[in-house]
Design a protein around this ligand. Structure first.
Ligand code: MG
Length: 356
């Protein structure tokens, strides 16, 4: 539950959190919340006998000025803060509908009564529904109030909203979001936390060289009569690194984030691009394990600068220098690099999902 709360706590759009826990455990849970420095929990309340009771009690404690609510199972600790933000962004596009997180069903599902199959459901229309589920507070309260009075129970919030005739849409969840219910689930969850997800990304960049332009590599200005012809500062190493990071996260490429036709990026230092992408790495809850790079440039010779470039890249991305490889080579007078017409860089990066 603490891991789940840490992820919710890190989402800027979430203003306050109400925790409903098993009756009698409020003190213990409050102590853990204090110990782990979770800031946004406003109340820890005793849950009811069923999920419906617990959510209804919690809903009544939400601050009156809060227009929207997000409900998430405490036993789903794997969803990242970034994925929770994605769900909130989806909801923001159409807040008159409820939004639930889910994924298309994988197994074949059959209706069985007394051990006999009654029918096989068409999997094409079946989804497994998870949390978070997001609603306008007014709509959810109306649904809960109505069904609470009628003593009806539901296994999720959307079912109640559906029953009062309001639309509910599904947001496809692409991350691990398992619910820990059985001892077997708990063993699986432990092993998932023990072996963090690893991602690899690769990037490359090349710029033409021009007399009188500054030459930047890894954030360091290298004395040279020629520098990269570029819209920004033309730091091929940092551009390749940005592409490698975006690649590892599956987010596209540098041109999508910082188009070279955008005047805001004219003569901009590439550290600015890197900073923005490092924020995405953190938002997706990854950290950099190591970076390896190769720069190809005919002249000037980079051997005296490799250590400085290594230190600069390490500082920029917040790792130790030994986690950054910087290799420099010439192209044996072949191709644009070999003829002194271009500088290029290749970068490989590995990321590890942060274990909270
Ligand atoms: Mg470039």
């Amino acid at each position: 539950m603490i891991r789940t709360l840490e992820r919710l706590d890190a989402v800027p759009e979430i203003r306050e959190i109400i925790v409903a826990c098993e009756s009698g455990f409020q003190k213990k849970v409050s102590g853990l919340i204090r110990r782990y420095g979770i800031r946004k929990v406003r109340r820890v309340i005793a849950g009811g006998e069923t999920r419906t009771d617990s959510v209804y009690h919690a809903l009544r404690k939400v601050h009156p000025s809060c227009p929207y609510v997000l409900i998430h199972d405490g036993v789903r600790p794997f969803l990242s803060s970034g994925a929770i933000r994605d769900a909130i962004r989806c909801f923001g596009k159409d807040p008159d509908s409820g939004w639930v997180t889910g994924r298309p069903a994988v197994p074949t599902i059959k209706e069985v009564r007394n051990g006999r199959i009654e029918k096989t459901l068409d999997r094409a229309f079946l989804w497994e529904i998870e949390t978070p589920q997001l609603f306008k507070k007014k709509i959810l309260t109306e649904a809960y109030r109505y069904f609470f009075r009628q003593k009806q129970k539901a296994t999720d919030d959307a079912s109640l909203v559906e029953k009062i005739g309001k639309p509910v849409k599904v947001f496809c969840c692409e991350e691990e979001n398992m619910k820990i219910t059985t001892a077997q689930d708990f063993r699986k969850a432990k092993s998932l936390f023990a072996a963090p997800e690893i991602r690899i990304g690769s990037g490359e960049d090349r710029h033409g060289l021009e007399k009188g332009r500054p030459l930047y590599l890894g954030g360091i200005r290298i004395p040279s009569p020629k520098g990269a012809r570029a819209h920004s500062d033309g730091d091929v190493l940092l551009h390749a690194l940005v592409d490698a990071l975006l690649g590892a996260l599956g987010l596209g490429d540098i041109g999508e984030f910082f188009p070279d036709c955008d005047p805001r990026f004219r003569n901009v230092r590439s550290e600015k691009f890197l900073k923005k992408v490092l924020c995405l790495v953190r938002e997706k809850e990854f950290e950099i394990v190591n970076v390896d790079s190769t720069i190809t440039l005919e002249a000037p010779k980079l051997s005296p600068w490799k250590k400085k470039i290594q230190g600069s890249v390490a500082r920029l991305i917040g790792v130790k220098p030994h986690a950054v490889g910087v290799k420099a080579k010439t192209a044996e007078r072949m191709g644009p690099e070999g003829e002194g017409l271009a500088v290029s860089a290749n970068v490989v990066v590995s990321l590890r999902r942060c274990v909270l």
